[in-house]
Design a protein. Structure first.
Length: 98
């Protein structure tokens, strides 16, 4: 799954969930990033976010598909959160719509 597809699916999930009050950036390391705020997404944005989630792209896809538990990913170090942890905690409903 490329970043454009991730952004498109995320945008749809954000619209269904009513959007985000704060911004989040999913940092896939060498595979780029996806930034989201409100109901909008951007691929490769260098904007600062309220919360940055660093995760391997394959692990992100597993999270989005429901094949990886977000708490287990965090506890095992597969997912790292910088910034506002409450933003990350509120993303589970969005993942369930992707």
């Amino acid at each position: 799954m490329d970043n454009e597809t991730i952004a498109t699916r995320m945008k749809s999930a954000l619209e269904q969930a009513g959007g985000l009050d704060k911004s989040v950036k999913f940092d896939f390391g060498g595979d780029g990033s996806v930034y989201a705020h409100g109901t909008e997404t951007e691929v490769g944005s260098d904007k600062e976010a309220d919360c940055t989630i660093s995760v391997d792209k394959d692990d992100f896809i597993a999270l989005a598909e429901g094949n990886l538990d977000p708490m287990m990913a965090f506890m095992s170090g597969k997912l790292k959160v910088a910034g506002d942890m409450s933003v990350a905690m509120g993303l589970q409903s969005i993942f369930s719509n992707m």
